[in-house]
Ligand binder design. Structure first.
Ligand code: ADP
Ligand code: MG
Length: 268
């Protein structure tokens, strides 16, 4: 049965908020003395919850899909190896991730309001690195076919910024886009996810500057145009949008849209 989110009932949205708030795993230090690794383990019900979240995502137009446990267990180590050049060790059903330097861009943005030199540098480094990774070819976690990489959950919480060394690492490879989606749409979805997750964390006065840094930093007119089309489709579906981009309430979304259009026009 097809459900149109624009005409659905309160319980459906309530269910969506519940699914959106679900945590699938824990990331903890290995022990008190071993600081080089972090242990990432999925909770017992993660696979069932991933199926539910994906069912909901399909019906709301959200492009991200959460990987089932076995696919995540294969895909995350492969992305660490191919994209970061780092090894992940499998430990039963958990993964031992090498601890990477830096702090999440989310915490950097939350601490530096309004945007300052450090948070602007963090944003620039994150978007340059996203564009660089988008040019890489990686196997899709479902069918193994090579395609241009996309992250599918490119939020400010999933990029670690090391300001001292001026480098960033994208992490958290447990989501994917459907393999049939064209690369510019997948890349536009990543760029929009980065933009919207950052827009929640900064003051509204900083939104034009945020758009300028991210769109000019990404520097691709086709992807910027695909992103504007996605914005347009979310504009028509406000209920689903609130689930896709939690925290971006109506007025902030409108301000972001107003800032994104002129920035996209100057994006190459
Ligand atoms: N390799 C890593 N190095 C350093 N910190 C990490 C690493 N992986 C995860 N973290 C920290 O743990 C947090 C959660 O990890 P993540 O893989 O994003 O899982 P999830 O968001 O699904 O809980 C990250 O935001 C980051 O602060
Ligand atoms: Mg994460």
């Amino acid at each position: 049965m097809e459900i149109d989110i624009r005409h659905t009932s309160v319980p459906f949205h309530w269910f969506g908020n519940l699914v959106a708030g679900v945590r699938f795993n824990s990331v903890t230090p290995l022990n008190a003395t071993e600081l080089r690794y972090l242990k990432k383990r999925r909770f017992r019900l993660a696979s069932a919850l991933a199926s539910l979240a994906n069912w909901y995502a399909v019906r709301t137009g959200i492009k991200m899909r959460v990987l089932a446990n076995a696919a995540w267990h294969r895909h995350e180590p492969l992305m660490y190896s191919m994209l970061l050049g780092r090894s992940v060790v499998a430990a039963g059903d958990a993964l031992l991730l090498p601890r990477l330097p830096g702090r999440s861009l989310l915490s950097l943005l939350e601490e530096s309001q309004p945007l300052n030199d450090e948070s602007e540098l963090g944003l620039s480094l994150a978007v340059f690195e996203l564009a660089r990774l988008h040019a890489r070819w990686t196997p899709h976690p479902w069918d193994g076919k090579l395609q241009r990489f996309s992250h599918a959950d490119a939020t400010v919480g999933n990029v670690l910024v090391d300001l001292e060394r001026e480098c960033v690492h994208w992490i958290d490879f447990e989501t994917t886009h459907e393999p049939s989606l064209p690369a510019p749409v997948r890349h536009a979805d990543d760029l929009l996810t980065l933009l919207c997750s950052a827009a929640v964390a900064v003051e509204t006065e900083s939104l034009p500057r945020l758009c300028q840094i991210l769109l000019q930093g990404y520097s691709s007119r086709p992807v910027a145009e695909a992103m504007l089309k996605l914005i347009d489709s979310w504009e028509k579906s406000p209920a689903a949008r609130q689930l896709a981009f939690p925290g971006l309430k109506g007025p902030r979304w409108s301000l972001l849209c107003q800032a994104a259009f002129p920035a996209a026009c100057r994006s190459d």
